[in-house]
Design a protein around this ligand. Sequence first.
Ligand code: WTA
Length: 653
Amino acid sequence: MSQEKQVFHPNREFAETARIKNMCEFENLTRFAQEDYEGFWGKFAEEKIEWSQPFTNVLDESNAPFVKWFENGKLNVSTQCVDRHLVDKKNKAAIIFEGDRGDSEIITYLQLSQNVNKFANLLKNQFNVKKGDRVVIYMPMIPEAAYAMLACARLGAIHSIVFGGFSAEALKDRVEDAEAKVVITADGAFRKSKPYMLKPVVDTALKDVTIVEKVLVVERNHEEIEWVAGRDYSYNELIKNENAHCEAEEMDSEDPLFLLYTSGSTGKPKGVQHNSAGYILWAQMTMEWVFDVKEDDTYWCTADIGWITGHTYIVYGPLAMGATTVMFEGVPTYPDAGRPWAMVEKHRINQFYTAPTAIRVLHKMGEDEPGKYDISSLKVLGTVGEPIDPPAWKWYYESVGNSKCAIVDTYWQTETGGHMISPVPGATPIKPACATFALPGIMAEILDDDGKKAAVGEKGKLCITRPWPSQIRNVWGDEDRYVSSYFGDATKDGKPVYFSGDGAVYDEDGYITITGRMDDVINVSGHRMGTAEVEAAIKKHDNVAEVAVVGKPHDLKGEGIFAYVVLKSEDTMAEEMEMAKEINGVIKVEIGNIALCDNIVFVDGLPKTRSGKVMRRILRAIAKGEEITQDTSTLEDPSVVGKIEEIVNSCIL
Ligand code: WTA
């Protein structure tokens, strides 16, 4: 039997003590939600959240797609993640930090509480941060980043984390869109034993920005940096003056918790807004169901806090459930591709969660490395961010999981807040490289263009047909965009429903396999890149007349970025090579290294319809070296297609 057809059943011993022990329990939960949606969510919200005032209504859909969950409930997310664990987990490790150079630190729940309270006091007393203020966090993977998030939550300030790999220009855009009052950063951190810098990027980003009043700098690598008098302050100094008690602001269920900017198919990145109660509830529930972390377990998610995975599954989810979460500053392949397994051995890690890109790289660079360490503590392995290919799945299952760990292929998005479709490790019979079933409470459906459930084997739109607690509440400052981006492209029974942008397919057993984005979003190493964003960056080059970018399959990254550029001037080959370098240089400045193009080809014109729309499907097919199946006769100039093919074939294939 081919591996793809094989079904892997849960490890029996594991299942016995799992929270969801078998498919019968899983289906009962699913049925509960189907039969009594509000009863289902109300029950878990009552059970899981420490309310300072109970909610009076589970769900208000009267103004859909603007929905309200757990109305009139009051809580504070930092209380949920920290204070309530002080009763019985004071001395339990909350965060295990592993530095790039192998230095590590254990932060207990008591210490976490002290650090978060002091941090919140600092922001409140010295920077005048209040409920509703926006605070941008541009930080490396150090515990202070988690303190900063929770300190904002404690005060009711809305944090917006910007991934440390984004450029000054990208940071500036996000600071301005959110109208942030404070930026929290670090001098820098360490990567591959060498210091790297963040603060200079902040300085460049803020050069012409007047709204930011204060910049707080955590001194991590102690390299020399510039300090702007009256704006920049050292965290290490200011924190000494603060005491470890800061009253948590009482927040409404629907008060915003954070913004996180993400790419869509058009325009600038969107500030995805998540609110307090619904988000933290689902973060905690999915931690419990999908990773099944037990009281004495140690859990490690390798993401960066700059992405949603880091928000929900390094900080909020694990801490809400009172787990021990590992934070890693370094690179998984340094000093060699055995680093993650050395860490699993050192910290006796039980759940390991990473992206297929990382698995492919670790496989390629260190196929035999897992065997050199005692990684027998592992129980659950997770993947996220992009489809995992069967060879990577097999190596992960056999060599890392010793053919005994469940692999949870978790499908979700920045906008969904937490997992939507995923196996649960004690129950789901797993098919490799398949996200399997929607979690109980999540009404995911694959719909065809008429809003009907797609037939077995028919690719359709992956939709979520009922609101769920951790769903995006708004695009920051742009309600129209929220509605049009997520509720404008699919309907069920005539009503608009949430469309994820992904295609998916059912198999004969009802399993869901994600087939990838149906829009113009490219998934590079599990990171979302909007074509419009990359094109806008490339257009900033003086000599670029037109540009179209598409995704092209890439062995390690999943997808790479392929750009077709029409120049203003005619150039020689040598000049074109120089131009390609310059174009990537512009991208680095405008977005950051993560958006660099793998291929840049110079063409005379783009395939456009008579109304001027670029036919990306044709460009995607050419980039992949596939035959063109579209009718090109209706193009404004059909001859461009052959010319582009010729150029691409001579350049790269
Ligand atoms: C893709 C990351 C296949 C998908 C949590 C989605 C996946 C986008 C999977 C969201 C998976 C995420 N299998 N594809 N298990 N998980 N994706 O917002 O295209 O950074 O729309 O959130 O990643 O990326 P985002």
